[in-house]
Ligand binder design. Structure first.
Ligand SMILES: NC(=O)c1ccc[n+]([C@@H]2O[C@H](COP(=O)([O-])OP(=O)(O)OC[C@H]3O[C@@H](n4cnc5c(N)ncnc54)[C@H](OP(=O)(O)O)[C@@H]3O)[C@@H](O)[C@H]2O)c1
Length: 314
């Protein structure tokens, strides 16, 4: 929300403090705890609840929302369009590289070709009702693979970045991010100007520590997806980890809050986009930045072994 004067001339309430403090994304200040909108798709039968949840996040100071046109086959972007007002000044980040496939064996299929990336940006623009998306992540298939990659979807990075850069030059995209990339791909993409990286990463799945360090060195925001281990069954969950549960009990907070607080502490450029369809969980997640981890707790959490963040390639 922006600070404004009410029609009666009275000062409007001060804006909510930024959850988790202030970080930087694409050259602007944002709350370090934002909101990943993917879980809103679970509320597709209750659109009003989905809009209310997102509105609540914004009213609590969230100004960074992560989305995709393929979340809920367009439902999530529709909710964002309905819930956000221009004066909220929320930085909406979307991603391209896959599209909904409602009739297919999976709800998603890859759409990695340059023309498909452009079509996905256009679909996001239309659904969000805007002529420019602040940041668009090129979601590659170099890591975090959970779907088969057909041969015709193995596309060269340079061709993809050329299309992304063209859309940035045209003003359709404010800045370029990357998702599901390897260290090598990130290095090769740096000259194109990368503002953020989204890979699967959490306290219990830290195999991408080398990418995090490169992002830190290059001033690129690290925005891990699955910060709590994701909603999919079979993946390691932060909230199941004994060291996390013990820390939560000692600190008087929830295991999810411990996991998020650890991420905030671990790297100062990290921005969080935890996903939830639950109002209580949303409020708890946004409060995680207020939790202080003492040295003993940090040592115990740092010693948690890393597990795979995603299912292996089929
Ligand atoms: N770049 C990419 O390729 C990519 C891939 C996947 C996701 N993403 C983005 O990353 C965001 C985060 O990932 P995610 O939503 O899959 O996983 P996540 O944030 O790690 O975990 C979400 C799961 O944790 C639960 N949860 C959330 N807050 C909780 C709390 N305080 N206590 C207990 N449980 C809690 C949620 O259930 P409830 O709903 O019941 O709270 C949900 O089951 C997504 O929403 C999406 O925007 C990006």
């Amino acid at each position: 929300m922006t600070y404004r004067t009410s029609p009666a001339g009275e000062a409007a309430p001060a804006p909510a403090p930024r959850p988790g403090g202030t970080g930087e994304l694409a050259g602007r200040a944002v709350a370090r705890v934002g909101y990943g909108a993917m879980q809103l798709a679970r509320l597709h039968d209750d659109r009003r609840a989905a809009v209310a949840l997102l509105r609540h996040a914004i009213d609590l100071g969230v100004d960074h929302v992560d989305t995709a046109q393929f979340y809920g086959d367009g439902f999530v972007n529709d909710v964002i369009r309905e819930a956000l007002r221009p004066q909220d000044d929320v930085l909406v980040v979307s991603k391209v590289g896959a599209v909904s496939d409602p009739g297919g064996p999976m709800p998603l299929r890859l759409a990695q070709r340059p023309g498909e990336l452009r079509a996905s940006v256009e679909a996001n623009l239309a659904a969000l009702g805007t002529d420019r998306i602040a940041v668009v992540n090129l979601r590659r298939v170099d890591s975090g693979i959970t779907v088969p990659v057909p041969d015709d979807q193995v596309i060269g990075l340079d061709d993809q970045l050329a299309e992304m850069a063209a859309m940035r030059d045209e003003g359709k995209i404010g800045a370029i991010g990357l998702s599901s990339v390897s260290l090598d791909v990130l290095r090769r993409a740096l000259p194109a100007g990368v503002v953020c990286v989204q890979n699967a990463y959490s306290l219990v799945a830290r195999d991408d520590e080398d990418l995090l360090r490169l992002c830190a060195a290059e001033g690129i925001a690290w925005v891990p997806y699955f910060p709590l281990g994701g909603a999919l069954p079979g993946l390691a969950k932060v909230t199941d980890e004994p060291a996390v549960r013990a820390a939560a009990e000692r600190l008087g907070c929830t295991p999810a809050q411990v996991g998020l607080a650890w991420l905030l502490h671990h790297d100062p450029r990290t921005l969080l986009i935890p996903g939830t369809a639950d109002t209580g969980h949303l409020e708890a997640n946004l409060a995680a930045g207020a939790i202080t981890l003492d040295a003993e707790t940090l040592a115990a959490l740092d010693a948690v072994p890393s597990r795979p963040a995603t299912a292996p390639r089929h």
